[in-house]
Design a binder for this molecule. Structure first.
Ligand code: S3P
Length: 195
């Protein structure tokens, strides 16, 4: 579906009504970081990427953290950072693909943020993740098989998001428009229900 861009006054209205962070969840290679930055720019909000926060705090890259300390250590750092940032004023948070595996994090995201599931088709995720080697989970086998298995495990969890936006297309401006539109509708519905 082709999305038309929201007018500036409609974007300002989303910004004015937003009283909590927006969190992007979803698989690796769906574009959460890039789209999160674009959304933050459009709404004139701070942008937080949890992977980058973990890297900055530890002084290590994600592959190095996995290699030296293992996945559980990384997950604990991810949980702590999300616990902190979900209580922030309005901002846009890009989460790592596995953040929602932790039930406490999932609940916090659901209660304290507007959670958007960024969803892309498998070949798109495969192409996008193939451009770098910074995803340790994709190094232990065939990336397509791993991504397929992870989608089976995680899609039921991602489905708990308040909103879902497809990012399979090449035009990230369209995806941004779709996110803004979905947010505007969500805030309208909340307002209608609170009456
Ligand atoms: C992971 C996704 C990565 C990163 C880590 C683990 C996952 O983030 O947190 O490699 O479990 O799906 P992106 O989703 O930003 O690639």
């Amino acid at each position: 579906m082709i999305e038309t861009a929201l007018r500036q006054d409609q974007i300002s209205s989303v910004r004015d009504r937003l009283d909590r962070p927006v969190a992007l969840i979803g698989m690796m290679g769906t574009g959460k970081t890039r789209l999160g930055k674009m959304l933050a720019d459009a709404l004139d909000l701070p942008f937080i990427d949890t992977d980058q926060e973990i890297e900055q705090a530890s002084g290590l890259s994600i592959p190095e953290i996995f290699e030296r300390f293992g996945e559980p250590y990384f997950r604990e750092g991810e949980r702590r950072i999300l616990h902190r940032v979900t209580t922030e004023d309005p901002c846009v948070i890009a989460t790592g693909g596995g953040a929602i595996l932790n039930p406490d994090t999932r609940n916090e995201l659901h209660e304290k943020t507007v959670m958007i599931w960024i969803k892309a088709e498998l070949p798109v995720m495969l192409t996008r993740t193939g451009k770098t080697d910074r995803r340790p989970l994709l190094k232990n086998g065939d990336p397509a098989d791993i991504l397929r298995k992870l989608t089976e495990e995680r899609y039921p969890l991602y489905a708990g998001a308040h909103l879902t936006v497809d990012s399979s297309g090449d035009d990230s401006g369209q995806t941004l428009a779709a996110m803004l539109k979905a947010l505007a509708q969500h805030l309208d519905q909340e307002k209608a229900h609170s009456r």
